[in-house]
Design a protein around this ligand. Sequence first.
Ligand code: SF4
Length: 497
Amino acid sequence: MGKRRSSGLSKSLILKGIQCQRALWLKKNPPDFEFPPQPELEAKFAAGNAVGLLAQQLFPGGVEVPYEGLSFPAQLARTRELIDDGAEVIYEASFSFSAIFVKVDILVRDGAAWQIHEVKMGTSVKDVNLDDVAIQRYVLNGCGLSVSKSFLVHIDNSYVRRGAIEADKLFASEEISLKVAARQQSMTELVAERRETMGETAEPDIDIGPHCNDPYACDYIPWCWRHIPEDSIFDLRGSGVDKFDLYSRGIVRLQDVPLDTLNAAQRQQAEATLNRQDATDPQRVTAFLETLWYPICHLDFETFNTPIPKFDGTRPYQQVPFQFSLHVQESAGAEPRHFEYLAPPDGDPRRELIERLLAVVPVDACVLTYNQAFEKGVLRELAKTFPDLAEAIDERLANVRDLMVPFRRRDVYRWQMRGSYSIKEVLPAMVPELSYAGMAIADGMAAMEAYHEMCALEDPVALAELRRAMLEYCRLDTLAMVRILGELEGIVAHSAG
Ligand code: SF4
């Protein structure tokens, strides 16, 4: 393979290269290919920045070396100046060694040496974090700084907010010095290898594998996986056959898989897909419907979760409901009445949301959800938060049933569901005329981002438009349930007739 001039590396490039050298090369040599947008990245980036800023409170009085507005050389010079002037704490200190640029979240003077404090939004230390800090330590050592200790500062999800955020309780700090030092030993070699990869003129010959999603879903999946046909082994759901083992043996198309190597669920999926075949067990559907009763309240919550708890009494990453949609059906086939709630852009929505919900869900109604663990979890948290409403919430909780059950059990299976029982796959297969396609908000993640956007919007026209899209999405979730239930009732009526 030919070589060309190598260029500088950054910590994130090296980390990318540790996951996959091809990813590193592609980052430097982007293919002429239209990648799907990743709108969630911006929100994640903003959340990471907010967490980083808050963690600085653990070491007050530091000086920041900003990224914005300063060139790389200026950031390096400013860091050197702060060190020489005797700064005790530096935020975002910048270093470069062997053409590798790193920024240290929080650098703390420790006698003649320095401590590295790396801040992460996660709730535990992961291997990739150790690599991250090992790169920083390698560069600092290369710049002549001695590192006494290294720490990973992460979110402590047992923290409950009471009043202003207490940084010393929100964060947990774990010393990772020994593990980092062990990883640093191989850093020179590792960096040399990555640099060599970057200098190659041709895309590295690295095939797809489990590394494409470990530790992160790689940005280049749409590119590297483009040779995988529709109806492939990778569509098989659940654990069972080792798909990469099949792939390595040249078995990629579903039709080439020896069916006797699959477990029962995967075999059913494969056969159904290949033969465009559906399966229905009316007796089991009947048994499921007998666990429901009218009136039926089809319920769906939208929630958000953030690393920094937004409201009093909430924990990091707690699912906080801000919206519900409810379709109430008095009897089978009856036209449902629709109720909905979407929180105003400011303040804690939980009290108003649950009061509105309790007002429209009759105490003796069957509360139908799709994936009950989620809605039950939200209701239980609300009961804990509002003890005066706990009894009323518990009464509804006792009546929660799960429309996902017959699809998870495959009492009803349509080949278009592709082995999934998510409502996003079940709805178009069961009720083709209803679809999430083309909606401005089309999944729970987008709804969560819309909530954050709504809280920041000032333009009343844009705000109204966004709220309309949010209501439309949530409404479809419960309308979908009404229609799917109708299909199940139709199956039973048909089999009885
Ligand atoms: S998609 Fe997989 S093979 Fe391609 S660059 Fe990413 S990790 Fe490497």
